[in-house]
Design a binder for this molecule. Structure first.
Ligand code: ATP
Ligand code: MG
Length: 506
C-alpha cells in the first residue's frame, strides 16, 4: 500500500509528499540548528502519519505528550526501572499502541539508560509482533553521541548500542528510525549513516555542513544553501521524499508543543525600592522544599516582580496620573467578586492552564481584569494563587462554608504557595472520602508530568506532620489528615490521571 503523507509545500505551492511505506524501509535523519523547526517537523510527520502507522516517540523534553489528547498516544514516564521500561516496550509492540516515552525531569545519564531500556524492549519483541513502528527520537545526539562525554562509559555504551540496533538492525524487526539532531557532528557516524532520507534545516557550523554534504553526496559549496534556510524550511532528499534535493516548507500542526520560543515582554516600570526587592529574601524561600529539576532556575524572581508590580503601581504613580481616564463603574462587593470569579474561571477552564506557571497565569489575570474594568486594587499574586488552588481543588459551596474546610485553609498556610493546589486537593479527597488521587493526578495538580515528584510531595507533607500516608492490604494508598480526623479512601498510586474522575465527579 502506498501512502503519501503531506509534509507541507514545495516552492510553488504543490504539496510535499512523504511516502510512509518507503520511509519504513529507509529511515529518516533530520538535522538543523536550535530553533530551525525540527521538533515542529517531527510533530507534523507524527500527526499526518498517525492514522497509518504505529508510533513510538523518545521525547527528552516531554514536548510530545500533547499528542495523547488528539491521537491517543499513551504517555510513558521514563522514571521507572529498566526492567519495567523494557516490559512496557514489549507490551507496546504486542498491542500495537502508539506511545510517547517522556524523559523530562531525568538527568542525562538516567535519560540515556531509560531510552536504551525502552528501545531494547522494542527491539527484543517476539517475532510474532514485528509489526511496523515509526520510532522517532528527538535530540538523537544525546542518545548516540559521537564522543564520550560527562556520562559514565556504561550508560553511553548502552544507549549508543540501542540506537545502533534501531538504525542498523531495526528494519527487519519492523522498526523504522526517524532521528533528529541539532548537530550532525555530535551524532555517532554509524547511526547517521543508516538513514537514506534526509531533511536538512538551517545549519551554521562548517563542520556540520561538511558532514551534511558528505551524507547527501553533495559538494561542500552546494551545501552552503543550508546556511540561509529560514525556520520551518528544509531541503528534502531520499527515496521516500525526492530524488533530487528539494526545498520544502513544513506545514502547520494540530497539537501544540509544551515549550515554545520565548516571546518579548515589556519590562516592568522602574521600582522605587528595587534594591530592597532584590536583596531581601522571602521567608518562603527558606521553607520551600527542594524539588530537583534539571538545571532549571525556579520561577521565583519573575513571580516576585509580578506580585510587586500589581501592588506598587498605584502607589508609585503621582496622584493626578492615578485618576482613571474613564470613570470606573461602581460595583457592589458582590458584583465585583462575581466579575473576578468570572475572570478566574476563564483562565482556569483552559485545560492547559494546569501546566502554566502561576506567574504566567497571574499576568493573564491582570490583563483580563483590566480588560473587564475590574475596579479596585487587583489581587496580589499570593491571593491569586490561593484562589486558584481552591478553585482547582473542586470544593463545592457547602464544603467551602464548612468548619472542616476552615481548618484545611488554616493548615494550608503552613505549606508554600506552589504546594497549595496539591494540599487542598488531597484534603478535599479526605473530607469527602474519595479515593486517594494517583501520582499522575497529583503531578498534574503540581503542574508537572513526573510521578516521582508527586511522591516526593506526599513525603514532604508527611515530614511536616500534615498527613500520614499508609496503604490497605491490597497495596492501595490512603492519605490521612490527623488534624481533620479524615482520610481518603484507598486509591491506586499508579492509576492514570483521570481514572478517578468518574468516582470523584461532584
Ligand atoms: N514550519 C513552521 N511553521 C510555524 N512555526 C514553526 C515552524 N517550524 C518551527 N516553528 C516554530 O518555531 C519554534 C522553534 O521550532 P522547534 O521547536 O521545532 O525547533 P527545533 O529545531 O526543534 O529547536 P531545538 O533544537 O532547540 O529543539 C517553535 O515555536 C515552533 O512552533
Ligand atoms: Mg526541538
Amino acid at each position: 500500500m502506498q501512502v503519501g503523507i503531506d509534509m507541507g509545500t514545495v516552492a510553488g505551492g504543490t504539496p510535499a509528499s512523504l511516502d510512509i511505506e518507503e520511509l519504513l524501509a529507509t529511515r529518516l535523519l533530520v538535522q538543523g540548528n536550535s530553533g530551525s523547526g525540527k521538533s515542529h517537523l517531527l510533530r507534523r510527520l507524527l500527526e499526518q502519519s498517525a492514522p497509518w502507522v504505529q508510533q513510538v516517540v523518545i521525547d527528552p523534553e516531554g514536548d510530545f505528550v500533547t499528542l495523547s489528547e488528539k491521537y491517543g498516544h499513551v504517555v510513558v514516564d521514563g522514571e521507572r526501572s529498566e526492567a519495567e521500561l523494557s516490559g512496557i516496550a514489549n507490551r507496546i509492540r504486542k498491542n500495537r499502541v502508539s506511545c510517547v516515552l517522556t524523559l523530562e525531569g531525568l538527568d542525562l545519564e538516567e535519560q540515556m539508560r531509560a531510552a536504551a531500556a525502552f528501545l531494547n524492549g522494542l527491539f527484543d519483541a517476539d517475532r510474532d509482533y514485528w509489526y511496523p513502528v515509526l520510532v522517532v527520537v528527538d535530540e538523537a545526539q544525546m542518545f548516540a553521541p559521537a564522543v564520550a562525554g560527562d556520562v559514565s562509559e556504561e550508560a553511553r555504551k548502552q544507549s549508543l548500542g540501542a540506537m545502533t540496533n534501531l538504525m542498523c538492525r531495526g528494519r527487519k524487526r519492523g522498526l523504522a528510525g526517524v532521528i533528529a539532531t541539532q548537530r550532525l557532528a555530535k551524532l555517532a557516524k554509524n547511526v547517521a549513516a543508516e538513514a537514506s532520507n534526509f531533511l536538512m534545516g538551517r545549519t551554521f557550523l562548517d563542520i556540520d555542513m561538511a558532514r551534511a554534504a558528505d551524507l547527501l553526496g553533495m559538494d561542500r559549496r552546494q551545501a552552503e544553501m543550508f546556511r540561509d534556510l529560514k525556520r520551518g524550511n528544509f531541503v528534502a532528499l531520499g527515496p521516500a521524499l525526492s530524488r533530487r534535493p528539494m526545498p520544502i516548507v513544513i506545514g502547520n500542526v494540530e497539537t501544540s508543543a509544551r515549550s515554545s520560543s520565548p516571546k518579548l515582554m515589556p519590562l516592568p516600570e522602574a521600582y522605587e525600592d528595587v534594591e530592597d526587592l532584590i536583596f531581601t529574601p522571602d521567608p518562603e524561600e527558606f521553607t520551600r522544599p527542594l524539588v530537583a529539576r534539571r538545571a532549571t532556575p525556579a520561577p521565583r524572581p519573575t513571580t516576585d516582580i509580578l506580585a510587586e508590580l500589581s501592588r506598587s503601581t498605584p502607589a508609585a504613580m503621582p496622584l493626578a496620573a492615578a485618576e482613571p481616564r474613564t470613570p470606573q463603574p461602581v460595583l457592589s462587593a458582590e458584583e465585583r467578586e462575581d466579575r473576578l470569579m468570572a475572570v478566574m474561571s476563564e483562565i482556569l477552564d483552559d485545560p492547559q492552564s494546569a501546566y502554566r506557571t502561576d506567574a504566567v497565569l497571574f499576568q493573564d489575570f491582570l490583563v483580563r481584569s483590566r480588560m473587564r474594568r475590574l475596579p479596585g486594587p487587583p489581587l496580589s499574586l499570593g491571593e491569586f494563587r490561593r484562589r486558584t488552588a481552591i478553585a482547582r481543588s473542586g470544593v463545592d459551596a457547602a464544603m467551602a462554608a464548612s468548619e472542616a474546610w476552615e481548618t484545611v485553609l488554616s493548615l494550608s498556610n503552613s505549606v508554600s504557595d506552589d504546594l497549595q493546589g496539591v494540599f487542598l486537593m488531597m484534603a478535599k479527597a479526605a473530607l469527602t472520602g474519595e479515593p486517594c488521587p494517583s501520582d499522575a493526578r497529583i503531578a498534574r495538580a503540581y503542574g508537572t508530568h513526573s510521578a516521582r515528584r508527586a511522591r516526593r510531595l506526599l513525603g514532604y507533607f508527611e515530614e511536616q506532620g500534615l498527613v500520614v500516608v499508609h496503604s490497605d492490604f491490597s497495596g492501595k494508598r490512603i492519605v490521612a489528615f490527623p488534624d481533620l480526623q479524615a482520610e481518603t479512601a484507598p486509591g491506586s498510586a499508579d492509576a492514570p490521571d483521570g481514572a478517578e474522575a468518574g468516582l470523584a465527579a461532584e
